[in-house]
Write a protein that binds this ligand. Sequence first.
Ligand code: SF4
Ligand code: SF4
Length: 473
Amino acid sequence: MYNPASRVAEEFIDHQEILDTLKYAEENKHNEALITELIEKAKLRKGLSHREASVLLECDIEEKNQEIYALAEQIKKDFYGNRIVMFAPLYLSNYCVNGCTYCPYHLKNKHIPRKKLTQEEVRREVIALQDMGHKRLALEAGEDPVNNPIEYILECIDTIYSIKHKNGEIRRVNVNIAATTVENYRKLKDAGIGTYILFQETYHKESYLELHPTGPKHDYAYHTEAMDRAMEGGIDDVGIGVLFGLDKYRYEFAGLLMHAEHLEAVWGVGPHTISVPRLRNADDIDINSFTNGISDDIFAKIVAMIRIAVPYTGMIISTRESQECRERVLHLGVSQISGGSKTSVGGYADGEEEEVSSEQFEVSDTRTLDEVVKWLMEMDYVPSFCTACYREGRTGDRFMSLCKSGQIQNCCHPNALMTLKEYLVDYASEETKAIGDKLIEKEITTIPKEKVRQIVIENLKAIEEDNRRDFRF
Ligand code: SF4
Ligand code: SF4
């Protein structure tokens, strides 16, 4: 039976509840009175339930859809301003004992080169990432208790945090590794990770079992209950997501929101981020053999609806998506993007050759970080390299309560400007720097508090003239 507060996977992601939700959404997709009422409710910025959001997702009244898009844009502006947080993935190892049918790292793929970074190679990768200007990483590794045990991941995290090359440093390491034990989550917490990220892939249990035929990941309940164990282990920032294209998007959307409602019900804090990856081609993976792919239009609607349904949750989009698609969804709710990403083990330091042979998926947006930063600024976004919250202990419910009170705005905007300035001084091309300096000048005037504005102006000067770094509110 459906119970969002249960710790049992099949009770908080109850199949029948999702089917009932989809039926309700289908029956009400032309119900203009209800749709208007739900849009009005969403305007209060307190979110929507999975049932309510599913109705709006299904709505095909053009005029109402335009209202939904406009509201998503407005909520995005109100909560995130024009800032976009930047990050990069770092692949540590592609050894994996699982049999996921959509990923080239699955155990049976015998021709993909297997590689696990040594600590010296981690160093080289991190220096390459620091030299690009990155401050925030998402670690990626396959599941392999022999090759990638938790001790290996912890050692890599230590190495990453210890490297200070020129003015570079990685200030926040998010981790995307397989579902594990409470004890291991505690170890990750103690190692100072930011967000623990784990994609559900699909919430549809039957499909899940087929898509994960072998290996520990086959255990649907263990995977689905991972975030609860992470929270139990003290990690209070968790990132959820589904791989769109595996099962029907309406089902996944309802499941995703039910997962968020579950975390809120049990732990008092919803997910820190939601990722919206779509299935991509890769070595020995042909997306044409999957029949649930979604169009760019539906993808945009999903992003807009997530923004409306969970306004406080950050939304991430990777370089799986093209520049064009990323541009479209930035307006609608995405708050974090990757730039200059390599999806292969050793891809940053080793360059092209390695990249082609062991990448996890094809990257659509292949621009450098400098190009992405410039592109964002030309659209009047402020690329942010801020990691302040986690380093100031503003995580979990502390972060959420600040966020809900709107106070986060007083930190985010100044922090974005100061970290962007660091990037411009240390790593940007001349052209990008010129655009960025102009943008910062304009943005300073929008800081409402005079005192804060003065501090920011002084700090920006200290970054440029005295080579000082790491100012934050
Ligand atoms: S998706 Fe993850 S667990 Fe599955 S094969 Fe790929 S690396 Fe392994
Ligand atoms: S102040 Fe906190 S919420 Fe705002 S951008 Fe920085 S880390 Fe994110």
